[in-house]
Ligand binder design. Structure first.
Ligand code: ATP
Ligand code: MG
Length: 563
């Protein structure tokens, strides 16, 4: 009898492994949890940046890899700085990155009633008190890393009194800054966050979700752990600056009546060279008009990167490559660029555009005649077909691609020498016109009619240059970008605004591109041959004028690209 042969298809699991996946594997193996449930908890006080992308890819990636769930939770406990605009932009960016949250988006403010009751529970247990020291006094009493703290004179109020005063705080009977609720832990703790942390403060501010219902708001450390527990989060992953706060996270959950006790794990923040990963500082750039909004293509916000031409896949790949650890995570900008370059090399159609046009007249080409030459759309993907390129007696080439004299290293057009036009003929420069400043204004050439797509004996042009027909083309605007900052670590500078690169945007108002680029869609990306990858700006482009953003130059060292 022949036994049936089981063919087991190896399932392709491309899963990152890091110290957190080791913890999860161990938790699952030892039944400490049966399902993985993570959350991404942004504060809606700005747009997301590339650092958040790391946290998004980690949290949503774990949920995907372990068949679990990941919540999107707005950590909205500070109504003064938060806004619904940010809530919407964050949802949009997470979706755009390719992730789906579990159920509806959650808000810490959904739990304000419950949080209030947990605060009452702590008061009832003698573990929280209303303090009437001023914020300055509280700071003074807290001590320092070298000095122990001092008890507040209000620390030993009766439970009864604390209930009454907290009620008054809630009813708006105290002015902002005149009272707060503090956890009663230990003013001598070596961990500053355990020296009777404030857990509720007064703010007479309208909240984007709860309106004017509350004038007391819970603090992050009190809110976060309880929100995690209420949502059944198993692994609460945050960045290393919260390492000490883990003690407080655990303390709160240990002293209230709640079913679950999630665990917090910390990883290192991403610092990307030449960029800022702090919403507060990004805010300043926008507010002070250094950039054209949160989605300015020079900003390493998710929306800026999108407008610049970055794809979700390239950002996810970047996050995968940088990995997750507790070590400092300082990453060169070229690592991000490599990811988008690889993606666009594979997916972007090839086109020709001349950024700094120089007229070329081909004198032996008949006047009034136009040929249609064929250019393939992608050298590695024949199935993407080709397009027709009008070619007539007058064309444009890049100013940089012509010299009256040059040494052998210059493999472009030189007087008396030949060069091949991309997808076209061999031409030879015969003479040129110059203006009063000595700048070349027109080059006169001859072409070899028998050279289309063929070598010609005794004619061996050294290089190939791109070009665009002078009459049948699209006028486009091209925007070239450099780093927004002059220094690799602008975040460390005393005044980061002083490190702004004033030349980070160069606008070329009249570039000449292949005609179909005039009809390209917003957000579409192309490789401009020999120059770089460009994307149609989704804000500034109109039906009449397309604006192209340089996403990334073709080669790593952009100074070598013929931009
Ligand atoms: P910012 O300083 O930009 O306001 P934040 O940490 O206050 O950053 P949140 O909105 O609270 O911003 O962040 C949401 C999540 O994203 C948090 O878990 C946070 O740890 C994570 N995160 C923020 N910045 C980075 C970064 N540079 N690298 C990795 N994760 C980050
Ligand atoms: Mg924060």
């Amino acid at each position: 009898m022949i036994m049936p042969v089981e063919v087991i298809m190896a399932e392709e699991v491309i899963r990152s492994t890091n110290f957190i996946t080791q913890i999860i594997d161990d938790d699952l193996a030892n039944n400490r949890c049966t399902k993985v449930h993570t959350r991404f908890p942004p504060e809606p006080n700005g747009y997301l940046h590339i650092g958040h992308a790391k946290s998004i890819c980690l949290n949503f990636g774990l949920a995907r890899d372990y068949n679990g769930e990941c919540n999107l939770r707005f950590d909205d406990t500070n109504p003064v700085k938060e806004d619904i605009e940010y809530v919407e932009s964050i949802k949009n960016d997470v979706k755009w990155l390719g992730f789906t949250w579990s159920g509806e988006p959650k808000y810490s403010s959904d739990y304000f009633d419950k949080l209030y009751n947990y605060a009452l529970e702590l008061i009832g247990k003698g573990l929280a008190y209303v303090d009437e020291l001023s914020p300055d006094e509280i700071a003074k009493y807290r001590g320092s890393f070298t000095e122990p703290g001092k008890n507040s004179p209000y620390r030993d109020r009766s439970i009864e009194e604390n209930f009454n005063l907290f009620e008054k705080m809630k009813n708006g009977e105290f002015k902002e800054g005149t009272a707060c609720l503090r956890a009663k832990i230990d003013m001598n703790s070596p961990f500053m966050c355990m020296r009777d942390p404030v857990i509720y403060r007064i703010k007479f501010a309208s909240h984007h979700q709860t309106g004017d219902k509350w004038c007391i708001y819970p603090m992050y450390d009190f809110t976060h752990c309880i929100s995690d527990a209420l949502e059944g989060i198993t692994h609460s992953i945050c960045t290393l600056e919260f390492q000490d706060n883990r003690r407080l996270y655990d303390w709160v959950l240990e002293h209230i009546t709640i079913d679950s006790h999630p665990h917090q794990y910390e990883f290192s923040r991403l610092n990307l060279e030449y960029s800022i990963t702090s919403k507060r500082k990004l805010h300043l750039l926008v507010q002070e008009g250094y950039v054209d909004g949160w989605d300015d293509p020079r900003m390493t916000t998710i929306s800026g990167l999108r407008r610049r031409g970055y794809t979700p896949a390239s950002i996810r790949e970047f996050c995968k490559r940088i990995g997750v650890s507790k070590q400092d995570n300082n990453v060169e900008f070229s690592a991000l660029e490599a990811c988008i370059r690889e993606d666009l090399n594979e997916h972007a159609l090839r086109r020709m555009a001349v950024l700094h046009p120089l007229k070329v007249v081909i004198e032996n080409f008949p006047e009034g005649k136009t040929e249609e030459l064929e250019g393939i759309n992608h050298p590695l993907k024949e199935e993407l077909g080709s397009r027709l390129l009008p070619f007539s007696r007058e064309i444009y080439i890049e100013q940089d691609d012509f010299r009256e004299e040059a040494n052998k290293k210059f493999k472009r057009l030189v007087l008396g020498k030949e060069v091949r036009l991309r997808y076209g003929y061999i031409i030879k420069a015969e003479r040129c016109d110059k203006n009063e400043n000595g700048e070349v204004t027109c080059v006169y050439c001859t072409y070899l009619p028998e050279s289309l797509g063929k070598d010609v004996p005794d004619h061996k042009p050294k290089g190939v240059i791109h070009w665009v027909d002078a009459h049948d083309n699209a006028d486009v605007e091209v925007r070239l970008y450099q780093n927004l900052f002059n220094t690799p670590k602008p975040g460390d500078a005393e005044d980061f605004l002083a490190t702004i690169n004033k030349d980070s945007l160069q606008i070329i108002a009249h570039a000449k591109a292949e005609r179909d680029l005039g009809k390209a869609h917003k957000g579409e990306s192309f490789q401009f041959e020999r120059t770089g990858y460009f994307c149609v700006d989704n804000k500034l482009s109109t039906d009449e004028l397309k604006v192209f953003n340089l996403t990334v130059a073709l080669k790593e060292d952009s100074s070598k690209a013929s931009v």
